[in-house]
Structures are given as structure tokens and as C-alpha cells.
Design a protein around this ligand. Structure first.
Ligand SMILES: [Cu+2]
Length: 205
């Protein structure tokens, strides 16, 4: 299956899209620029009523379509929507996104990595009442066939332990997810300030 080849194309496309989004909108709106379904929609219709923001998005989508991989979302096992990472100068941080399974079989994410952190783990948040704790997610993130798995503050997340390159607001941070079958999926997360998601870190013991 040619999936490995296609996933190599994804980062460039996402970089272009996120760059376009970052130029035209604050971080909160960047999420709207993530494109898979928008790309497939009828662009000429959108263009006719385009605002400045919409025009930028369409331009980015066109660039994606012109890239060497014609069947982007169909071939990648996961598409990554709304990726972002919490700003941090050092220590711990976390990345979030919606992982969309584009295949007919369950996909399991077993690891993640990013150059800005010496260690990265897949975490979940557990607890009740006022006390919540995060810990490693046993078995990784499982995305059901055709389904999605939301990574968000207070829930499952990609944990950065040992930030070694300051993650400033607006910076684009590359991530790579490793799947259970060894395939990888890369994406770019835009850094933004966020005051929450400060759950205490559970001991591994
Ligand atoms: Cu965590």
C-alpha cells in the first residue's frame, strides 16, 4: 500500500495551509484553515462570495490540490484537524488536535514525537471532582474506523516532557505520530497561549 509515501507529503501541505492561516487570522481562527473537507467542496461557489479570509483559505487549498499527491485524504490513515500546541519556554506542554480516521479499520497511535521536546508521551486525564491527574494512555489512542478521536485540554493529549526549544505564540511545531503498524503521520501544530490543561503529572509507578 502506498500510504507511507503519501504521508510524507502531508507536512508540506499542512505547513502551507497553516502559514496562510497564520498570516490572515489569530491563532483561534487557524483551525478553520485545516482543509480536508473544504478542499473537496466546490471552490468556485465559495469564491463568488469570498471574504478575505475565505479567499486565503481557498488559495491554500488550491496549492494543496496542486501538490504531487492527488489523493491526499483518501490515502493517509489519519487526517489531523485543528492541531495546536500550548506555548511553553521549558518544562512541560501539551499538543491537541482531532484525529480523523480516513480508513475502514481502526487506527492506533502508539507514540508521538516533536523536535521541541526531549520526551513525548500519549496521555489521558483521569479523576473525579476537583482532582484530576494525567497519566500515560495504555494502548495509545485508538481511532475507530471512519471515526475520530479528540485531543483536548482536560482529556487525552500529546504530552511534551522536557521542552528544549521555546514554543512561542504563533510558532509552527512539527509533530510525528507513529501508528501501531509502524506507519507515521506528520502534522504541524500552531503554538498558542492557553491557561488551562495544568493537570498534575502522575507518577509512572
Ligand atoms: Cu499530560
Amino acid at each position: 500500500m502506498p500510504i507511507t509515501t503519501v504521508t510524507r507529503v502531508l507536512p508540506a501541505a499542512l505547513t502551507a495551509l497553516l502559514a496562510a492561516g497564520a498570516c490572515s487570522a489569530p491563532s483561534g481562527t487557524v483551525t478553520g484553515a485545516i482543509p480536508h473537507t473544504v478542499t473537496g467542496a466546490t471552490p468556485h461557489t465559495v469564491a463568488g462570495t469570498a471574504t478575505t479570509t475565505a479567499a486565503t483559505t481557498i488559495a491554500a487549498a488550491t496549492a494543496t490540490a496542486a501538490s504531487p499527491a492527488p489523493a491526499s485524504s483518501a490515502a493517509a490513515p489519519l487526517s489531523i484537524s485543528d492541531p495546536w500546541v500550548k506555548t511553553a519556554r521549558s518544562g512541560m506542554s501539551a499538543a491537541f488536535a482531532t484525529l480523523v480516521n480516513t480508513t475502514g479499520e481502526a487506527v492506533t497511535v502508539v507514540a508521538a514525537s516533536t523536535p521541541v521536546s526531549s520526551s513525548v508521551e500519549l496521555h489521558e486525564v483521569v479523576g473525579d471532582g476537583g482532582t484530576t491527574t494525567m497519566r500515560r494512555k495504555q494502548g495509545g489512542f485508538v481511532i475507530p474506523a471512519g471515526g475520530r478521536h479528540v485531543l483536548q485540554p482536560g482529556g487525552d493529549h500529546i504530552m511534551l516532557i522536557g521542552v528544549r526549544t521555546a514554543v512561542e505564540p504563533g510558532v509552527e511545531v512539527p509533530f510525528t505520530l507513529t501508528l501501531k503498524d509502524g506507519r507515521t503521520v506528520s502534522f504541524i501544530a500552531v503554538a498558542k497561549d492557553f491557561a488551562g490543561a495544568n493537570e498534575s503529572y502522575a507518577s509512572h509507578e
